[in-house]
Design a protein around this ligand. Structure first.
Ligand SMILES: Cc1ncc(COP(=O)(O)O)c(C=O)c1O
Length: 405
């Protein structure tokens, strides 16, 4: 028998977060090297613990999760999600318009499969977390990247978006707060994006998984709250805000006029019923988790871990010649820029590999987020402040002699 070939649909799928540099790092770990893993946004691996509210809800309701549950998700959990989104100003939404899945990752896969045809185009921010791009490839749709502008707080470039519009454009993806830039978009930015979608009759996908991790007294605004007249798919989950990435708990809330979303909801329902239901255990914790903002707030306020880790990172980065960055307002990512003239970096994957080998620090190159130039990388600011500070000084030491000529 010949070796089993893989599907052509996977040719362009990429994941630098767990790509070749990650594989090399794991080999180093297996050989006894201590590698600082700044590649994944997985807080539990850095000593963050789930809140008591989540632990108690899980333990005291275990028996309720033994059978398959509703294919869209447990009614109590969907009611809590509905209330949460109403509280953020989303009006055209009922609990029946909510699908809970095994992480945002699963519901993204469901909606893209249910909605896109081969050749359809979806506008995706560059840089961005690769889940969306990869799902476009798998569904044989075409990801079309629009530029986010570093000189403008990493906000989407509206002119670039307009210039990329074709007859095949079906959807506009907004990731707010963004991964990898940590940018948070103000109301005017969202209104402008919504207006583009309105003019071109696009569906909006709004990935808001970091909406509770907003710092500096700023406020997250849900895209859907500004667009009751349009179909908006809002994605959210507990992975990051409640430190339960491993629970796989995410959802999508489909708002907007009923007649516009009926067909796609029917298609998603077919897919949801094929896999029977999402993990019921994780759904048990949704009502308590969404009622508990305090534990998340404590992380992002001065003195809290996420806040202090960001401060420690940027204080050390400020001492490195040739590095610049836009301070993140949300999440725990920073996407710094490496000066072209100074470092002559032509291959950002080689840069992160060289850093790994020299300093045992694992990061993800900008190209892993579909950023077109080899001049950025992402830092995950999850280790404790002193560890991050030390790591940034090591990075500075590495860069003091690094050139790619
Ligand atoms: C922007 C964004 N969306 C979605 C996800 C996936 O979330 P989940 O754990 O709910 O699948 C991530 C994970 O890092 C992310 O950064």
């Amino acid at each position: 028998m010949n070796p089993i070939p893989s599907s052509d649909r996977l040719v362009s799928v990429h994941s630098d977060i767990r790509g070749p540099v990650f594989v090399k790092a794991m080999e180093m770990v297996a050989a006894g090297t201590d590698v600082l893993r700044l590649n994944t946004g997985n807080p539990a691996t850095f000593g963050f613990e789930m809140p008591d509210s989540v632990r108690t809800a899980l333990m005291s309701n275990l028996d309720k999760a033994v059978g398959y549950c509703d294919l869209k998700g447990m009614p109590e959990a969907r009611t809590a999600i509905h209330q949460y989104h109403l509280g953020k100003g989303i009006t055209e939404l009922t609990p029946d318009d909510i699908f809970i899945g095994n992480g945002v990752s699963e519901v993204v896969s469901m909606v893209m499969t249910a909605f896109l045809n081969p050749g359809d185009e979806i506008l995706i921010p560059s840089p961005s977390y690769s889940l969306w791009t990869n799902m476009a490839y798998i569904t044989e749709a075409k990801p079309v990247f629009y530029r986010c502008d570093e000189s403008s707080n990493w906000y989407p470039d509206l002119e670039d978006i307009r210039s990329k519009m074709t007859k095949k454009t079906r959807a506009l993806l907004i990731i707010n707060p963004n991964n990898p830039t940590g940018a948070l978009y103000p109301r005017e930015m969202l209104e402008a994006l919504i207006q583009v979608a309105r003019e071109h009759e696009l569906v909006i996908f709004s990935d808001e998984i970091y909406d509770r991790l907003v710092m500096d007294g700023l406020e997250h605004i849900s895209t859907a709250s500004l667009a009751p007249d349009l179909p908006v798919f809002t994605f959210n989950g507990l992975s990051k805000s409640h430190i339960v990435c491993g629970f796989r708990c995410g959802w999508m809330a489909i708002s907007g006029p009923k007649k516009l979303k009926e067909q796609v909801i029917a298609a998603i329902t077919k897919l949801a019923s094929m896999r029977l239901c999402g993990n019921a255990l994780t759904q048990l914790v949704i009502p308590s988790a969404l009622a508990d903002n305090e534990s998340t707030k404590a992380l992002i306020s001065p003195g809290g871990r996420l806040y202090e880790q960001r401060e420690a990172t940027i204080t050390a980065l400020d001492t490195i010649p040739g590095i610049s960055y836009v301070k993140n307002s949300a999440a725990f990512y920073l996407f710094p820029k490496l000066d072209k003239e100074r470092f002559h970096i032509k291959d950002d994957r080689k840069f992160v590999m060289d850093l790994l080998e020299a300093k045992h620090i694992l990061m993800v190159p900008g190209s892993g987020f579909d950023w077109p130039e080899p001049d950025h990388f992402r830092i995950v600011m999850l280790p404790k402040p002193e560890i991050l500070h030390r790591a940034m000084l090591d990075l500075g030491d590495f860069l003091s002699t690094y050139r790619q000529d």
